[in-house]
Design a protein around this ligand. Structure first.
Ligand code: ADP
Length: 336
């Protein structure tokens, strides 16, 4: 029996907006072939040996499948899953119930693991390495520390910032995998499959077009597909055609490169306020009144990957491609 317990940090089953489109098995996942091939070997070996899978760290930008892997892996292994998030693990006592409740070989998924405070991180070390935890029973002078064995489990940590993890924490993960962006063909495959899950008819070119404008990210492809479907249902006969796709995406301000209004605001701020850079991320975030995390996680990976921004030791700079795209005149010499 596969037990799926979603506690605190995660959405409860039924409330997860991604749940209807999230692949249930690794076989249903598109792309990430090398990661999947390596994980299959590790999963199979652990199963044959009758051991827990080694602790796994998944890193990469948001929406690329970290949570999907974390939910598919325990299904493959037929073990239970508990989910939480680094943002709500403020003290070791927040972590204790997960560790003591973990069934043999089950998976504990900690999303945004870079956000756990040092004291929680240190508490994790012995749990991960020796499957032991210290718990304090009683109060004041009666307080006693008890050393408790816990069942061997697998920690799956997900992070968008592997650089923020300390060396000792990173070293305790036997398997580390980086998830990269998806090709347009892979996103098309995801869109066609998900349109059918949503009972929506879609023209092949429309699926290609949505894929091309989804910034290599399945979550964005799903969101854009849902929007285009809504548009098709209210403004047309429900079929997602090319015309519907163009009109729906234009209404959201998504241009032919997949750039959305926030990306353009970032580039325009960089050019208009900071003369094309170099400019630091803090200054940009303050000026745009947006969180630095949003810019670093959701805006910059796409702009950097597509050559609209470069990072230099002195800060971010716009490129000639950016001026061209925004139809602005570059300043005299010195544009990156
Ligand atoms: P992350 O945890 O990295 O932010 P998720 O795992 O929540 O990303 O992925 C977001 C959504 O994208 C999922 O609900 C799923 O529908 C889709 N998705 C992600 N990876 C894949 C994949 N490899 N194949 C198909 N769909 C995927």
């Amino acid at each position: 029996m596969v037990r799926e317990t979603v506690i605190d940090g995660g959405n409860r089953p039924g409330e997860d907006p991604e749940r209807d489109l999230r692949p249930k098995r690794i076989d249903e996942m598109v792309g990430q072939h090398e990661v999947i091939a390596r994980l299959r070997i590790a999963i199979e070996a652990a199963r044959v040996r009758g051991e827990a899978l080694g602790h796994l760290l998944l890193d990469g930008p948001p929406g690329l499948g970290k949570t999907t892997f974390a939910t598919c892996i325990p299904r493959e292994m037929q073990v239970g899953l508990q989910m939480t998030s680094g943002a709500i693990l403020k003290a070791p006592r927040d972590l204790v119930p997960y560790l003591t409740n973990a069934e043999e070989h089950s998976v504990l998924f900690i999303d945004e693991i870079h956000r756990i405070p040092k004291i929680v991180e240190e508490y994790l070390y012995t749990a991960m390495e020796d499957f032991r935890v210290d718990i304090i029973l009683g109060d004041g002078i009666n307080a006693r520390t008890h050393n408790l064995w816990i069942k061997p489990f697998t920690l799956i940590g997900a992070t968008t910032r592997s650089g923020m993890l300390t060396g000792p924490l990173r070293d305790r993960f036997q398997i580390r995998e980086h998830l990269g962006f998806y090709s347009d063909e892979e996103l098309t495959q995801i869109i066609v499959r998900n349109a059918s899950q949503l009972n929506t008819e879609i023209a092949p070119q429309a699926a290609d077009e949505i894929a091309r404008r989804s910034r290599g990210t399945p979550r964005i492809a799903n969101n854009r597909l849902r929007w285009v479907r809504d548009y098709a249902q209210t403004k047309a006969d429900g079929t997602v055609t090319m015309d519907v796709t163009f009109a729906a995406l234009e209404m959201l301000g998504i241009d032919n490169t997949g750039m959305d209004p926030l990306d353009r605001e970032y580039l325009q701020t960089m050019i208009r306020v900071f003369e094309g850079g170099p400019v630091g991320i803090d200054a940009l975030a303050h000026t745009m009144n947006t969180s630095k995390d949003t810019l670093e996680d959701e805006v910059e990976p796409f702009l950097l990957r597509n050559g609209f921004v470069v990072r230099t030791p002195r800060g971010r700079m716009a490129t000639s491609k950016t001026y061209e795209h925004l139809q602005l005149l570059p300043p005299e010499p010195g544009v990156a």
